[in-house]
Design a protein around this ligand. Structure first.
Ligand SMILES: *Cc1c(COP(=O)(O)O)cnc(C)c1O
Length: 361
């Protein structure tokens, strides 16, 4: 029972419970110190030892030959896609993938390729549908240059793309000679949830982008990893997009701590998401698919509360609880290091009050 979880006693009230995204996490004290002390050089000349260390560490962690430090997840994905695919070519991606919905049409604007959207099952691409979508050589057809997968899948609710699905996609990719790029913005969440190493997932893709600035708490950046010759070509795309950075060791240093000290603790974010989801499932009018709550994202449908999303969010915000609109009746909550158990309890208490009392803002 929700009332049992919440109890009757006064909770320690944190100022603000920001569940809009795990991107809001602040760098840790250790990260701040590492930034101040980072050894640096001009990375466009290949002379920043801290950036090189981060790139090598990411490559090693994900079982790839080389890595490239990029400014954001979007830049990592788009540099990868532009290196894999060119003008007039086609990229297969899940219908609600981040590269399609949230990267400002960069695949068409930068690589000059078009996206072929395939509806997924909880974010996972059905291998038969992918095989059927790969183009036969024909004067009417674009060449299928790439298959893109997103793990975890944001719009599906932070779902883990299962290893078995990825193995079958790999077989299809190998059969047709098409590479796979993995948008692993939250790949470490997938690894922790599945109880395997991130390399187990990365092995099934040719190239992988991972975000350091989400649940791993670094202030900036992502790393793209893959074969050495691919990364060298990607380096030129990064330069072309204005991503050639100079004494970038200052921002790479917290990235090293992100990979070495912040991965295991994601399990805590997952526990908090589960706790939040189970609490929300008890609030009348709120629907949660608990099966989809596998990592640090909780998607809820508030249609049954009779409240409009914007009004619901405004009422929550008036009490210091922040979440994101995710559709006409959908709201997204994302757990992370800067929201503790108390914060989750406070969010639940505010939400149940708002739903019970109707909109107050
Ligand atoms: C956050 C995210 C990205 C990249 O985000 P940036 O804000 O550009 O760093 C890419 N893919 C997915 C699935 C994401 O959630």
């Amino acid at each position: 029972m929700l009332s049992k979880i919440l109890g009757n006693g006064a909770l320690t009230m944190p100022e603000r419970v920001d569940l809009r995204s795990d991107t809001v996490t602040k760098p840790t004290d250790a990260m701040r110190r590492a930034m101040a002390e980072a050894e640096v050089g001009d990375d466009v000349y290949g002379e920043d030892p801290t950036v090189r260390r981060l790139e090598e560490l990411a490559a090693e962690t994900l079982g790839k030959e080389a890595g490239l430090f990029v400014t954001s997840g979007t830049q990592g994905n788009q540099v990868a896609i532009a290196t894999h695919a060119g003008r007039g070519e086609e990229v297969i991606a899940e219908a609600e993938s981040h590269i399609f919905l949230y990267e400002a049409a960069a695949v068409s604007a930068i690589a000059g390729a078009q996206i072929r959207q395939i509806p997924g099952v909880a974010g996972a691409l059905p291998p038969e549908a992918v095989a059927a979508a790969i183009r036969e050589p024909n004067v009417h057809h674009p060449r299928t240059a790439l298959i893109e997968v997103e793990n975890t899948h944001n719009r599906a609710g932070g779902t883990v793309i299962p290893l078995d699905n990825l193995r079958r996609l790999r077989e299809v990719a190998d059969r047709f000679g098409v590479p796979i790029h993995m948008d692993g913005a939250r790949l470490f969440n997938a690894a922790i949830a599945a109880g395997v190493s991130a390399a187990e997932f990365a092995r099934l893709a040719d190239t992988v982008q991972v975000c350091l600035s989400k649940g791993l708490c670094a202030p900036v950046g992502s790393v793209l990893v893959g074969p050495r010759d691919f990364i060298e070509r990607a380096r030129q795309w990064r330069k072309r997009l204005g991503g050639g950075m100079r004494q970038a060791g200052v921002i790479a240093a917290p990235g090293i701590l992100a990979l070495t000290t912040m991965v295991e603790r994601l399990a805590e974010d997952h526990e908090h998401a589960r706790m939040l989801a189970e609490g929300l499932a008890e609030v009348p009018g709120i629907r949660v698919d608990l099966g989809r709550v596998q990592t640090n994202i909780v998607l809820v449908d508030i249609a049954g509360t009779g409240l409009a999303v914007e009004a619901f969010l405004a009422s929550l915000a008036a009490e210091g609880v922040l979440a994101s609109a995710f559709g006409p009746t959908l709201v997204r909550f994302v757990t992370h290091r800067d929201v503790d158990r108390e914060g989750i309890l406070r969010a639940l208490s505010v939400i149940s009050r708002v739903v019970k009392g109707g909109v107050t803002a």
